[in-house]
Design a binder for this molecule. Structure first.
Ligand SMILES: [Mg+2]
Length: 203
């Protein structure tokens, strides 16, 4: 079985629609960028300079990270992956300038999955340092201090549709097929490099 790292924002937790809702409620005069129209990974970059402070205001407010709805099928899929024998860790990067983001990510996992999942939360600004077989993430290019050991499955979002990705997950209902394909390819590479290597990490 494999170690599967799962990003939070816009992979299991709906950052984008929360941003639209909070902006609409708090600053109703600011025209929001619709989800389908998002073209950059960082939401704020899609807003004109004169409106960026409103986006900052909303994303740094207490309760923002806590308010995200789970993405369709995400919670079910995470539990299914664990039930299938995979070891799941959430691997998420925080908004470092937010006073609330870290704690609210923790609360979110506790509320939507339960206390026992808190040991599975890795909050890091460098995902390349985290070990695992698979990383499911919506950021097309992930760089850092190390060469990643994981294979990325790109979680589809409007801003990454143009990206070339070997493995893509467009909806959680399809996780099994995509994860299996990515793991199969890893196993093939490993067995060529070292025939003694076991297929996947043992728990
Ligand atoms: Mg993300």
């Amino acid at each position: 079985m494999a170690i599967i790292l799962v990003d939070m924002d816009d992979v299991i937790a709906d950052f984008e629609h929360a941003l639209i809702d909070h902006l609409h409620n708090k600053h109703p005069r600011i025209p929001v960028v619709l989800y389908e129209e998002r073209s950059t990974f960082y939401s704020i970059e899609n807003y004109p300079e004169k409106h960026k402070s409103y986006v900052r205001d909303v994303t740094h407010a207490q309760g923002f990270y806590h308010s995200f709805k789970p993405l369709p099928g995400a919670i079910k899929a995470v539990k299914e992956m664990a039930k299938a024998g995979h070891t799941i860790f959430f691997c998420t990067s925080p908004l470092l300038t937010s006073e609330h983001c870290l704690q609210e990510k923790r609360t979110w996992i506790k509320e939507h999955l339960g206390q026992e999942w808190l040991t599975r939360l890795i909050i890091t600004s460098d995902k390349t340092l985290v070990q695992g077989d698979i990383l499911i993430d919506d950021k097309a290019t992930i760089t850092g201090a190390a060469k990643p050991v994981w294979t990325q499955i790109l979680f589809t979002a409007p801003y990454n549709r143009q990206s070339q990705a070997k493995y893509r997950l467009s909806h959680w209902s399809n996780w099994e097929k995509v994860v299996e394909a990515a793991l199969k390819a890893r196993f093939k590479v490993r067995s060529v490099l070292d025939p003694c290597t076991l297929p996947f990490n043992k728990n």
